[in-house]
Design a protein around this ligand. Structure first.
Ligand code: ADP
Ligand code: MG
Length: 369
């Protein structure tokens, strides 16, 4: 079986490093603090938070993923579902269903996981005035153990039409729950900053912030080497160095690339740098369709700007040295293209430069452009 895991939360023996961070998160949970966890996509935020909770003794986790929520109704439903997943102990389960009877819950068993799943009558719309009720239920979970509530992809709250009101209500409820620890996890940096540091935001200065950074080369490469040797393969150091570089040090992308290397090699093989090319081609082949659908969304100018950023990097995109080789003279043309690429989530702004959200897409464009 392929030992490299990506696109999922990793824990236990699949979790590498971050000892100090895990301890800090755990200490703060025990003292019922509010934390903000920030970092790039696929760097390991969700895994770090979940692993910290796992390693904390006597702590209960309520994990709510807010990715893509569009309304207060959607947010409340996500929280209620998370509570129900937690409360599969029978007595509780029934009690909670009774409390929520007005939402006409119906229970079914997921045929794949055999876990009960709940759906609520979709004709009933939960409004902001349901938030206190939802938080009463959350509070009831924390009676016996320390409770930690994790809101993942928290920045998506800003998608709500009435985001400000929802944030104010949430903050009120959260302040009221002194014994519960709350962790807000977010990827899109400036949006999280808008929530937590903007002066008119109701969350202003309400939490301690941690950054989840990429894993150090030495520690992570040893971890990866170990996985290769479990399958009786040995990798040349250069292969991993280059893989880190292509994947721009992002742990999730490095694991994806190692997974591809694994697939194209056999037991007892000594893996040298020439194999990396085949592994990247495998990644390309799998992602080709999504790359092409991105390309179809772009105008010629946008594609030219994207190709130039892939080749030259995205730190000086409005300089003559950047624009001239691509035939641009007007910075506002480049600016419009860049804005569209940000909006499409192809690029993001990090560390003062424009970067590809997906480093393999960057490599693909370099290869084909
Ligand atoms: N500590 C870690 N050890 C090993 N792999 C990790 C670690 N953190 C992240 N990863 C890799 O990154 C992927 C994404 O992790 P995840 O926690 O979902 O990131 P995020 O929440 O920041 O998007 C994982 O599937 C795994 O491949
Ligand atoms: Mg995550």
């Amino acid at each position: 079986m392929n030992p490299f895991k990506y696109g999922m939360v990793v824990s236990g023996k699949d979790f590498c490093g971050r000892k100090a961070l895990l301890k800090q998160i755990c200490d703060h949970i025990i003292s019922s603090q509010r934390l903000v966890i920030l970092g790039e996509r696929r760097v390991g935020k969700t895994s770090a938070v979940c692993e910290a909770v796992n390693r904390c003794k006597n702590v209960r986790l309520l994990y709510v993923d807010l990715l893509g929520i569009k309304s207060v109704d959607g947010m409340c439903r996500r929280i209620l579902k998370a509570i129900i997943v937690q409360e599969q102990k029978k007595g509780w389960f029934e009690k909670i269903l009774k409390t929520l009877a007005h939402l006409r819950p119906s229970i079914s068993v997921d045929p794949i996981t055999s876990l009960p799943t709940v759906s609520f009558d979709s004709s009933i719309e939960l409004k902001a005035d349901s938030i206190p009720e939802v938080f009463n239920l959350i509070e009831s979970l924390g009676k016996k153990q320390i409770l930690v509530v994790v809101f993942d992809e928290f920045q998506d709250i800003l998608n709500l039409a009435d985001a400000h009101e929802a944030l104010a209500l949430l903050r009120g409820e959260i302040q009221f729950q002194g014994k519960t620890s709350f962790i807000f996890v977010g990827s899109i940096r400036h949006k999280m900053e808008e929530i937590f540091t903007n002066h008119d935001s109701p969350f202003f200065k309400s939490a301690i912030t941690f950054m989840v950074d990429t894993l150090p080369y030495k520690e992570f490469s040893e971890f990866l080497n170990n996985k290769f040797s479990q399958g009786h393969r040995k990798v040349d150091d250069k292969v991993l160095e280059k893989a880190f570089q292509i994947a721009e040090n992002i742990p999730g992308d490095i694991q994806q690339l190692c997974g591809a290397i694994w697939e194209i090699t056999a037991e007892k093989e000594m893996i040298s740098i020439d194999k990396l090319k085949n592994a990247i081609e495998l990644v390309f082949a799998r992602e080709q369709k999504s790359y092409e659908s991105y390309i179809r969304l772009l105008t010629n100018i946008q594609l030219k700007v994207l190709t130039a950023i892939a080749k030259e990097g995205g730190s000086q995109v409005f300089s003559a040295a950047f624009m001239k080789p691509s035939g641009f003279t007007n910075p506002s043309t480049v600016r419009r293209a860049v804005n569209r690429l940000l909006q499409l989530n192809i690029l993001f702004k990090g560390g003062g430069e424009y970067r590809f959200v997906n480093p393999f897409f960057r490599a693909w464009i370099m290869y084909h452009g």
